[in-house]
Design a protein around this ligand. Structure first.
Ligand code: ADP
Length: 617
């Protein structure tokens, strides 16, 4: 999951990381700029709308106030009239013609009896028999000087909304005007505010008095209980956002007409107020994305040209060189860091190539030298082996004939002196023969001509044969000889009896030679997939420093050893080389003056393992 995330985020690629970082920085910057810009734009827009709306609200309020004022003037004017009813009648007839806002005018005396009445459509007030009980009459004649009565919103029989306005007359009666609310509706309908702006008039108890849609008034729309009305009633001037009675989300401003309980609402739909802001948001969004994409494309192309492509080429160059193509040169010619890096890379590859050629030369020289050395070594071994072989025949003859002479066979006569000489010739030729035999053995191994037999033999039998052969020598020196056979050792194992004998007889010979008293022990042990031949003695021992080199040819512990014990220093070399050729090893442990133990480890190959191992004999 982590690796997948790393891959998706491009953490494994420099290119993707840089581009991702750039994208994040650029995008964040653009978003911050866009948000700031938008905030400024929409604030300015809202300020502008606020100005327009309060202007429209002022306008609407003054229009409505004007209307009411005109009606009040009519009321006062008629209230001042004196004279008989005929005179008043003609005057109000004239007034109603002049003022389309009036539907009916009724003038009553102190008792409520009609003095004069006129109307446009129908005599609603004049027809009333209960003027004395009417609210407007009661309120007006109660003596509240200066107050103007404004009644409920009502409908005529022609479904035309009206409202009664009443005031006192100077003779103690009352004037009642029936106001045409459609006219008032026309007044507010003329108010303009954007596309969706509207204005309407509400009585403070909630009934709709005037609206550009007369139907709403006719249907007795009532705003009672609505929060905007509650708010408007608290103060003479209020602005707020709310869902209006038409179900539209609006920003509204309210104004109370002074001296009345009429409230003018001016509303505009919020969507229109924020429309410009929204348009700006969309445009800005599109512009931001386009700018972002464009910039990223340009930056990507630029970075690819400048950085990533050359880097990729250098990378594939490095890969090619890694695979061994030293002919590779990256062809970027530039004056900048990449150019210099490329130059350095190419120089490095050329240098590598030169080194490579040099090394090849050296290897060839070395191989030639090695072949020569091998040839020489083989020639030496062959020469030694041939020489030894050739020397052996005459030496055998010398040793044989001096032996015959010393045994006085064939009636040979010689005096004591001659016998001493012949004895020395015989002993020395035996030594020489031994030396030659050792040489022959060594050179055989070195020339790789030692062919090992792979035959079944009984290790116990072999050990007994060694015992017989060597036991005589031990007896001569008054030394004991122990043979221990491990019962776990198989009866029959595979190997080359003769080679093993050469190793063990050499070790046993040394053990007897370097031991003056005590005993020599031979032990054969099973050791898992190996077997061990351990030869130990109680002789002079070998100093630690000499254990390093006694296995080398012609090396003895020191010169005095040669003088005292004779020998050529080839025995242990033969032991080690034979053991190694058989796949084994030789180790030595020794305590100076206490004795030495040589252990030969050889691979153990039992009788039944032949098939499983499938070894070729
Ligand atoms: P050589 O016996 O002919 O001198 P070897 O290669 O067999 O040569 O032995 C090398 C030397 O290692 C001997 O000269 C002797 O100094 C030392 N050496 C070998 N075997 C023993 C042993 N069993 N005890 C003490 N010294 C030994």
């Amino acid at each position: 999951v982590k690796r997948l995330a790393m891959k998706l985020l491009g953490i494994s690629s420099l290119q993707r990381r840089i581009l991702l970082l750039l994208a994040v920085v650029l995008f964040t910057t653009l978003v911050i700029i866009a948000i700031t810009f938008l905030t400024v734009v929409s604030n300015a827009e809202r300020d502008a709308w606020e100005g327009r709306q309060s202007e429209a609200a002022r306008n609407a309020t003054s229009q409505v106030a004007n209307f009411i004022e005109r009606m009040k003037v009519e009321l006062e004017f008629i209230g001042q009239l004196a004279g008989d009813s005929a005179e008043i009648q003609s005057l109000i007839d004239d007034r109603i013609k002049q003022n389309p806002g009036l539907l009916e005018i009724v003038v009553v005396d102190r008792s409520g009896a009609i003095l004069a009445a006129t109307y446009h459509d129908e005599p609603v007030l004049a027809r009333l028999l209960t003027i004395r009980q009417s609210n407007w009459f009661q309120t007006t004649t109660a003596g509240n000087e200066g107050t103007v009565y404004l009644g409920e919103v009502q409908l005529s029989s022609q479904n035309e909304p009206y409202m009664i306005m009443a005031g006192p007359t100077h003779f103690g009666g009352a004037v009642a005007l029936r106001l045409n609310l459609i006219m008032l509706g026309n007044v507010v309908a003329d108010i303009r505010l954007g596309e969706t702006g509207t204005a309407f008039v509400v009585k403070s108890e909630g009934s709709l008095a005037a609206d550009s849609d007369p139907g709403a008034v006719v249907n007795y729309v009532n705003l009672a209980g609505r929060p905007e009305l509650e708010a408007a009633r608290q103060t003479s001037k209020w602005t707020g956002a709310y869902t209006n009675f038409r179900g539209k989300q609006v920003i509204g401003t309210t104004n109370t007409i002074p001296g009345t309980d009429l409230i003018v609402f001016t509303e505009v739909e919020e969507s229109e107020v924020y429309a410009a802001g929204h348009r700006a948001l969309v445009q800005l969004g599109i512009m931001t994305i386009l700018f972002f994409d464009g910039t990223m494309v340009v930056v990507t192309v630029f970075l690819r040209r400048l950085l990533f492509n050359p880097l990729e080429r250098l990378q594939s160059g490095a890969r090619a060189v890694e695979k061994g193509n030293l002919e590779f040169q990256v062809d970027i010619v530039r004056q900048d860091e990449i150019g210099r890096l490329t130059e350095a890379f190419n120089a490095m590859v050329r240098r590598l190539k030169a080194h490579d050629a040099e090394r090849d030369h050296l290897i060839q020289d070395l191989q030639a030298a090695k072949r020569l050395a091998e040839d020489n070594s083989r020639l030496k071994s062959e020469f030694l082996s041939t020489m030894s072989h050739e020397l052996r025949t005459p030496m055998n003859a010398i040793e044989g004939f001096t032996g015959i002479m010393l045994s006085r066979m064939g009636g040979v006569e010689f005096n004591n002196k001659a016998e001493r000489y012949i004895t020395r010739v015989n002993v020395n030729s035996k030594r020489l023969l031994q030396l030659i035999n050792d040489f022959l053995d060594l050179s055989r191994v070195e020339a790789g001509r030692l062919e090992l037999a792979h035959q079944l033999f009984s290790p116990a039998d072999l050990a007994r044969r060694w015992q017989t052969e060597i036991g005589v020598l031990a007896e001569k020196k008054n030394l004991g000889f122990d043979l221990t056979l491990d019962p776990d050792l198989p009866d029959l194992i595979y190997g080359d009896e003769e080679a093993i004998s050469k190793v063990v007889l050499n070790l046993l010979g040394n053990a007897i030679k370097f031991t003056e008293q005590g005993k020599v022990s031979l032990s054969l042990q099973n050791d898992g997939d190996q077997w061990r031949i351990v030869v130990s003695d109680t002789g002079i021992g070998i100093p630690p420093h000499a254990r390093e080199y006694i296995f080398e040819e012609f090396r003895q512990v020191d010169q005095s050893s040669r003088r005292k014990y004779g020998g050529s220093g080839l025995g242990l070399a033969i032991v080690q080389k034979y053991a190694r050729t058989m796949g084994g090893t030789v180790t030595v442990q020794s305590d100076l003056g206490q004795g030495s133990t040589f252990t030969v480890f050889l691979p153990l190959e039992r009788e039944h393992e032949l098939e499983t191992l499938g070894r070729v004999v």
